[in-house]
Write a protein that binds this ligand. Sequence first.
Ligand SMILES: *[C@@H]1O[C@H](CO)[C@@H](O)[C@H](O)[C@H]1NC(C)=O
Ligand SMILES: *[C@@H]1O[C@H](CO)[C@@H](O)[C@H](O)[C@H]1NC(C)=O
Ligand SMILES: *[C@@H]1O[C@H](CO)[C@@H](O)[C@H](O)[C@H]1NC(C)=O
Ligand SMILES: *[C@@H]1O[C@H](CO)[C@@H](O)[C@H](O)[C@H]1NC(C)=O
Ligand SMILES: *[C@@H]1O[C@H](CO)[C@@H](O)[C@H](O)[C@H]1NC(C)=O
Ligand SMILES: *[C@@H]1O[C@H](CO)[C@@H](O)[C@H](O)[C@H]1NC(C)=O
Ligand SMILES: *[C@@H]1O[C@H](CO)[C@@H](O)[C@H](O)[C@H]1NC(C)=O
Length: 342
Amino acid sequence: MNRKSVRVLLLVCLLVSVAIYIKNSHGISGIRRISNSTTSKVISRETGVTPGLHNQSFDGAKILPLLTLFTTWKNTKEKAIVIRNTIQNWRTFHPNISTVVFSNSVKRLHRYARKHGWKIWKSKTVTEDKIPLFRDMFIQAMKQQSSVFYGYANSDILFTPSLMKTLQKIDSFKQNNTSPILVVGQRIDFSVVNISFPNNFSYIVKKGLHNGKLNEPDAIDYFIISKDFPLKDFPDVVVGRIAYDNYVIMHARAHRVAVIDATKTIPAIHQTTRAGNMEGHMQRNKLYNKELLNKEFDITNYLGGLTTCANYESVRNSSTNGINLIRRKSKPGYCVKMFESW
Ligand SMILES: *[C@@H]1O[C@H](CO)[C@@H](O)[C@H](O)[C@H]1NC(C)=O
Ligand SMILES: *[C@@H]1O[C@H](CO)[C@@H](O)[C@H](O)[C@H]1NC(C)=O
Ligand SMILES: *[C@@H]1O[C@H](CO)[C@@H](O)[C@H](O)[C@H]1NC(C)=O
Ligand SMILES: *[C@@H]1O[C@H](CO)[C@@H](O)[C@H](O)[C@H]1NC(C)=O
Ligand SMILES: *[C@@H]1O[C@H](CO)[C@@H](O)[C@H](O)[C@H]1NC(C)=O
Ligand SMILES: *[C@@H]1O[C@H](CO)[C@@H](O)[C@H](O)[C@H]1NC(C)=O
Ligand SMILES: *[C@@H]1O[C@H](CO)[C@@H](O)[C@H](O)[C@H]1NC(C)=O
């Protein structure tokens, strides 16, 4: 190659780079698909698919997990204690619940999570802010881990064994019903800022059940679905930004999913830190989901996506102390607003 063509080549490279830069940096982030090649490689050492239901292998311990529960996190100093609590709390449900973090950048807590039996996976699709897509975490989890249900919860949410009891009931309900399932619920806010043992998860669960405050039906911090949930045409919304949570319920209702409000049987304790209870409202690109949903589906009203719009409810039966699923007889009028189909 002569000098002139080298110069031309360099110029072309420069122009292409500038074009890519402009394309990626304009306005609210576009979705960046990470290619399969090296980056999408799963970094967990334990990604083997779990043997089938009641497959009593040599150690007799291999059961099909009831739930694959995953999260993703951003590690700030304040959040580190909270995330460690979550890691410890969720591990108490092993092996019935398999726990996973989708982590693209923060490595500091990996060792701690792995030590507690968590799997660490790289998410295949993220936005510029490195947040995984809601839909793609589920699709990836279904490929990499077999279980009856799949769930996402925010990394500051603690659960009790009631989560498993409710899901066992829902599993038997599902065996008699062809509809896909979505389980959601309100959370309980409990401030861990001034308590004596902010790093003791069982203390927080105990105190939270007692002194926590039930948040509103429009803030949903966990989503559990069956394998047949309609994910195929689910939009590119991300977790950790407002509006995706209500959209999940609206999408489910529009696709004839049996939506179950488990507020009464699945306590979900939100460890509130100094950042408060409205974190989704304070992030960079906070309107990312709203703008996308408005553009794609013309959605401006999210009232059809409250937990109160679920068509089923799980309740405690005071005479048997078991859990029952009941069909809601009526829903608030605002539920009809959008996507009403049944
Ligand atoms: C990339 O991943 C997608 C989804 O997992 C898969 O369908 C496709 O076959 C993969 N492509 C390559 C080249 O591995
Ligand atoms: C149990 O799991 C093993 C793999 O771990 C598989 O080879 C075997 O076929 C399974 N047995 C049944 C009955 O599903
Ligand atoms: C897992 O589920 C089995 C069967 O329902 C139950 O006997 C066991 O206690 C559960 N394990 C934990 C740790 O809750
Ligand atoms: C599902 O059907 C079976 C058999 O009819 C019944 O025993 C069971 O109670 C049902 N489960 C639920 C949750 O309705
Ligand atoms: C925690 O204590 C500080 C100092 O006493 C106080 O200003 C703050 O309001 C308390 N925060 C909460 C959430 O109770
Ligand atoms: C954590 O709290 C629980 C419940 O209040 C208590 O039983 C336990 O001793 C505490 N653990 C530590 C290490 O403080
Ligand atoms: C509680 O359980 C009993 C016995 O299974 C049943 O007859 C009753 O209808 C249940 N109550 C509710 C509120 O589901």
